[in-house]
Design a protein around this ligand. Structure first.
Ligand SMILES: NC(=O)C1=CN([C@@H]2O[C@H](COP(=O)(O)OP(=O)(O)OC[C@H]3O[C@@H](n4cnc5c(N)ncnc54)[C@H](O)[C@@H]3O)[C@@H](O)[C@H]2O)C=CC1
Ligand SMILES: O=C(O)C(=O)COP(=O)(O)O
Length: 526
């Protein structure tokens, strides 16, 4: 049975799902060295933001197949290292959207009305109404940095409260911003005009210290900034100084450069700063959502199925996966087949996505083709995560083309592999009830479902060949399950595709090529 380590607090709903397929150990608060010591035993690791999954931990996790982040941000995982090791990293892109957005709104209102400090004051026995006079958000300008899932929900709520919305997000269109009710502007303008700024972007090398001494200096002295996204997007020292010097009115922070927050100037600022301990996703509802979402994906991957929200498999979102699932198996089978036909070292793989597959959405089929191609060399070590990197490291050049005009089938895939021993090509499609069919081998039209053991011959189309081959296979006790000939012209060259019940015994290929008229023979295991 597989083993899963849960190293941060996760809702029981997730543990229950994992327990259906694995032994689950919950060990929270482990030090890095302790995690390194035990991670080698586990097939999966489930975390929140509390565990830093470094390259060292990934290298020690020799059995790891998946790292599941029960939340959005994966900045605490060395994703490139996981990718190199073929470990799929999944998250829950939507499970805590509402929770995080509501926390940002709550922070904005709490900051405007000094709720945390007023509460402490009343609990101390005071009745001070003058100190805590606040500001309304109605008709004020909210600048939203990052108009993704959380930023969009913040926009909807803020709009309902009568705020004017400015948005900055270089990766969304003006139309999308308009839909959200935001005027798309550049960051500088947003910073200068906003009364409130709220951050909803990932932490990356581009967004680190996006808000710094220079940007803070451009803000209105009455402006307040809220960060419920990631620590380190704001330069904390510069922020503390800006509030103390009255350059801005205040800040509300849920996330910090280093968590838990250690000694910090931020603590010494009074009612103009609110600090919460990374609570954005901490609602009962969100914790159930993310735990179920990620546990299901871990379960699926441990059962050999694809994950719906893998962050290190490009282009494979849940909607795309649903559509492409049957074609992924086709691509893998064709990759595996053409790799074996080509034999030797493959140097170039031409992948043509045809008919309805000729769209950008089909990108994962390229990865699946490479996974199939590399299967003979790498077996279980190649997967959707590392297939592209492994191909690159082996010097395999990949050319993708898309041809929507090929309409023999709704969608079909054509793979051509060139290696040290020559060039071969195969085409396949889904027929009937999404059954995989080989529709062409080396330019000869056929129509056969692939089987585990197959034999292909290139021969002259002439009487007697099929009989001779049948007798030869019979003399080696090889049982033929099905056979089909593909030819372009009568008595010209032809291809024979045979499904056989068992692997072909050693030495028989040479015998087959000695049959007059048979030029070449290939056996494959799929
Ligand atoms: N405090 C907490 O507990 C939580 C924090 N988060 C954090 O909130 C952030 C946003 O999450 P989602 O909205 O779900 O992500 P998302 O991926 O839906 O949206 C992020 C948006 O940021 C934009 N973006 C990326 N780089 C940018 C840049 N340099 N400048 C401006 N915009 C940029 C993207 O185009 C995208 O629209 C993430 O950092 C996530 O980790 C999420 C959940 C809970
Ligand atoms: O989902 C995210 O990105 C979060 O920041 C939530 O973090 P958490 O799971 O509460 O440690």
């Amino acid at each position: 049975m597989s083993k899963v380590l849960v190293s941060d607090p996760i809702d029981q709903a997730g543990i229950d799902i994992l327990s259906q397929v694995a032994t689950v150990d919950v060990k929270t608060g482990l030090k890095p060295a302790e995690l390194i010591e035990i991670i080698g035993e586990y097939d999966a690791l489930m975390i929140r933001s509390g565990t830093r999954v470094t390259q060292e931990i990934i290298e020690a996790g020799t059995q790891l197949k998946i790292i599941g982040r029960a939340g959005v941000g994966v900045d605490n995982v060395d994703v490139p290292a996981a990718t190199r090791h073929g470990i799929v990293v999944v998250n829950s892109p939507e499970g805590n959207t509402i929770a995080a957005a509501e926390h940002a709104i709550a922070m904005m209102l709490a900051l405007s009305r000094h709720i945390p400090d007023a509460n402490v004051s009343v609990k101390k026995g005071e009745w001070d109404r003058k100190t805590f006079v606040g500001a309304e958000v109605y008709k004020k300008t909210l600048g939203i940095v990052g108009l993704g899932k959380i930023g969009s929900h913040v926009a909807a709520v803020a709009k309902a409260m009568g705020m004017k919305l400015l948005g900055y997000d270089p990766f969304i269109s003006t139309e999308r911003a308009e839909q959200i009710g935001c005027q798309l502007v550049d960051l500088d303008l947003l910073i200068q005009q906003a009364d409130y700024i709220t951050l909803h972007i990932p932490k990356t090398s581009e967004t680190a210290h996006l808000i710094n001494a220079k940007t803070l200096a451009k803000m209105k002295p009455t402006a307040r900034i809220i960060n419920c996204a990631r620590g380190g997007i704001i330069d904390e020292a510069a922020l503390a100084a800006a509030i103390k010097e009255g350059k801005i009115a205040g800040a509300a922070l849920d996330v910090f450069e280093s968590e838990p927050l250690a000694e910090s100037d931020l603590r010494s600022i009074g009612k103009d700063i609110i600090l919460t301990p990374h609570l954005g996703a901490s609602t009962a509802e969100a914790q159930v959502n993310v735990a179920i979402d990620v546990a299901e994906q871990i379960r699926d991957v441990l059962l050999g199925l694809p994950a719906r929200s893998a962050v290190n498999i490009p282009g494979l979102g849940p909607d795309v996966l649903e559509e492409l699932k049957p074609y992924m198996q086709l691509a893998e089978t064709l990759g595996n087949l053409v790799g074996q036909l080509a034999g030797g070292r493959v140097e170039l793989l031409n992948i043509r996505l045809q008919g309805e597959l000729a769209t950008n959405k089909s990108q994962p089929l390229v990865v699946a083709s490479l996974k199939g191609l590399l299967y003979q060399a790498l077996r279980e070590r190649v997967n959707y995560v590392n297939a592209s990197i492994e191909a690159k490291e082996r010097g395999i050049r990949v050319i993708e083309t898309r041809d929507a005009s090929v309409r023999d089938y709704a969608g079909s895939l054509h793979l051509e592999a060139t290696g040290t021993l020559g060039t071969h090509c195969v085409t396949g499609a889904l027929l009937g009830d999404k059954e995989i069919h080989l529709t062409d081998v080396d330019g000869f039209p056929i129509n056969v479902p692939p089987s585990k053991y197959m034999l292909f011959t290139l021969h002259r189309d002439m009487p007697g060949i099929i009989g001779k081959l049948g007798s030869l296979l019979g003399s080696f006790n090889v049982n033929i399950a099905s056979m089909q000939v593909g030819r372009k012209i009568v008595r010209g060259d032809a291809v024979m595709a045979l499904s056989i019940d068992d692997p072909l015994p050693e030495g028989i290929l040479d015998e087959i090529t000695k049959v007059p008229g048979i030029r070449d023979a290939y056996t494959v295991t799929l």
